[in-house]
Design a protein. Structure first.
Length: 351
């Protein structure tokens, strides 16, 4: 039997989020029911709600940075038990049979992973995210939150954290490597913390000095201004890896000049706009330009364990359910340091 929970939903792309009641599916043998404690507010939520990338599926309940506690476990569940502290990220299922799923890369499922919200599951039901009291998820797509991590400041790790951790691991950030983080925002501040903890030498590239002191405190060795032409002249050929967290207005050619031989530019910011660069620049330094897409379930668990070991969490501003529309507007303006998180205890009890 389905259950009714309170949620913030939008009935269309021009509509604000409003408190409504939604139905959660009946838990199956391999499902866990999670009482949501906190949900991070991601730039993806803005893009999905506003149809920035594609036409969305409405009504929509956003939220894919979810932490909470298991309140019910199906009869066949073996990975989690009632009372466990857990998290849910960007997707809640995948086909499990394609070559990518079998290789443990569910985020690249060839059938298309089931998004935590704004998607349709394999039974044809729309998915609703973490701007709500409760969620039902297959145990295989639920992560264990280590005791050393706070549920409130851990929520953004489930998207922003893994989005930065995956390319840092993929391209072997560590002692002896020089990493630049372009954009010291919600993604970037976690990238600095993670890269520093891995042992890399970290430089932050920002448009203004407003976040300089913060990023140095997070572990950056240097902070440079992208609007200053001297930055690109003085840092030419410096970095092994650049992770670009900015979604628009980036001069890709200029970024490529900052890479050493065999350097890599990873685009982590998502934009609907086309980007361009001059191919000969790649050949001059045997460079790689690529992108990234969150991470696998196993890698996300590795990331959480790594963060627990190194004391890494997001810098957050926590808001109540009634403040979420204001928070989304502020996020669009970049008015947050560094991630908004919803206190889901502020949702009224569904009737």
């Amino acid at each position: 039997m389905t259950s009714h929970v309170s949620a913030l939903s939008a009935i269309g792309p021009a509509e604000p989020l409003a408190l409504r009641t939604i139905e959660r599916r009946t838990p199956g043998p391999h499902d866990v029911v999670i009482d949501i404690a906190y949900t991070g507010i991601c730039h993806t939520d803005v893009a999905m709600l506003r149809n920035h990338w594609a036409e969305g599926l409405f009504p929509m309940v956003p939220g894919h940075e979810i932490t909470g506690v298991v309140s019910e476990a199906g009869s066949a569940v073996s990975r989690h038990t009632v009372g466990d502290r857990v998290g849910v990220g960007c997707y809640v299922d995948s086909c499990r049979t394609c070559e990518n799923c079998l290789a443990g890369e569910e985020q690249h499922c060839l059938e298309g992973e089931v998004l935590t919200y704004g998607g349709v599951d394999y039974e044809g039901r729309p998915t609703y995210g973490g701007y709500s009291q409760r969620i039902v998820v297959d145990e295989n797509y639920v992560l264990r939150i280590p005791d050393a991590l706070n549920l409130e400041t851990t929520a953004p790790l489930l998207c922003a954290g893994i989005t930065m951790y995956a390319p840092l691991r993929r391209w072997k950030a560590g002692p002896g490597t020089r990493v630049a983080i372009l954009g010291p925002g919600g993604l970037g501040h976690l990238g600095v913390k993670l890269a520093h903890a891995m042992g890399a030498e970290v430089t932050v590239l920002g448009r203004s000095l407003s976040k300089r002191e913060d990023t140095l405190r997070f572990g950056a060795r240097e902070y440079r201004i992208t609007e200053d032409p001297a930055t690109f002249q003085e840092l030419a050929g410096t970095f092994d890896l650049i992770i670009n967290t900015v979604s628009a207005g980036v001069n890709i050619d200029a970024c490529l000049t900052l890479l050493r031989l065999d350097g890599v530019l990873v685009n982590a910011g998502i934009s609907a706009d086309a980007s361009s660069f001059h191919v000969p620049l790649l050949g001059n330094g045997r460079l790689v330009i690529t992108s990234t897409k969150n991470g696998s379930i196993a890698q996300a668990q590795d990331m959480l364990d790594f963060c627990a070991q190194h004391g890494i969490s997001a810098e957050v501003e926590t808001v109540a359910a009634r403040q979420v529309n204001d928070a989304l507007e502020r996020l669009e303006k970049g008015d947050v340091r560094y991630r908004f998180v919803i206190d889901n205890a502020t949702f009224p009890t569904a009737t």
